[in-house]
Design a protein around this ligand. Structure first.
Ligand code: C5P
Length: 226
């Protein structure tokens, strides 16, 4: 066991509920929660704001290095990252940021920067970390690995619900199309593609209520720390 507990890695495709479930699990067991998706989104958002090319690995890494990264707790349900003291929340869920984050996530330099930062953040344990490559690349030594899955249809439906709640426009067919394309990009890339780690527990949440998914992970956690 690490100083503050174990590392729980939750990986899976876009819109599967990794953040919601991960936060609920973290709260239940008194762990902190880290969304690595938000890290890629925050860098993408900043790159777009600065008019930086999304293919320029070197410039993106230099930008990432120049920023002060913090992961505030309790700053709001969607606020997981702050850059130079600015808490980023709803701006990170814009579709342009989703696409840009998936695009910069292909670049090896960007990925290495993120991996270092993510390892630093989780090394002492007591953390639930969600992403695409946590169990395979960032923490291959995580004591508990979950691969959370759901059909693209179910994920699109959930996303439409979320956007409507936030008062944002939502078109099911378009969102389904975005999800399928982002899946293909995240699974098809050369560097640390989305895939289930061999030793990860596979949970399909297509027709399972969220509370039950949380319950299942809490049970796996209890068994892992026994
Ligand atoms: O999970 P979320 O949709 O917020 O992630 C945004 C993008 O960041 C993903 O489409 C993926 O390309 C990238 N990402 C990644 N590795 C992670 C987390 C996210 O490549 N560990």
């Amino acid at each position: 066991m690490r100083a503050s507990g174990i590392v729980i890695a939750i990986d899976g495709p876009a819109g599967v509920g990794k953040s919601t479930v991960g936060k609920m699990v973290a709260k239940r067991i008194g762990y902190s929660f880290i969304s690595t998706g938000k890290m890629y989104r925050a860098l993408a958002w900043k790159a777009l704001a600065n008019g930086l090319g999304l293919e320029d690995d070197e410039k993106l890494v230099a930008l990432a290095r120049s920023l002060r990264w913090e992961f505030p707790k309790g700053a709001g349900p969607e606020a997981d990252v702050s850059l130079d003291g600015k808490v980023l929340a709803l701006e990170l869920s814009e579709e342009s940021v989703s696409r840009a984050s998936s695009s910069i996530a292909k670049l090896p330099g960007v990925r290495l920067f993120m991996k270092d930062m993510q390892r630093q953040a989780g090394l002492s344990g007591g953390v639930v970390m969600e992403g695409r490559d946590i169990g395979t690349n960032v923490f291959p030594d995580a004591e508990l690995k979950i691969y959370l899955d759901a059909s693209p249809e179910a994920r699109a439906k959930r996303r439409v619900g979320q956007l409507k709640e936030q008062g944002m426009p939502a078109d099911h067919a378009q969102i389904l199309d975005f999800i399928v394309k982002r899946d293909a990009q995240d699974s098809g890339r050369k560097n640390n593609p989305l895939r289930k780690a061999d030793d990860a527990h596979y949970l399909d949440s297509t027709s399972v209520p969220r509370d039950q998914v949380v319950e299942a992970i809490v049970e796996l956690f209890k068994a892992a720390v026994k």
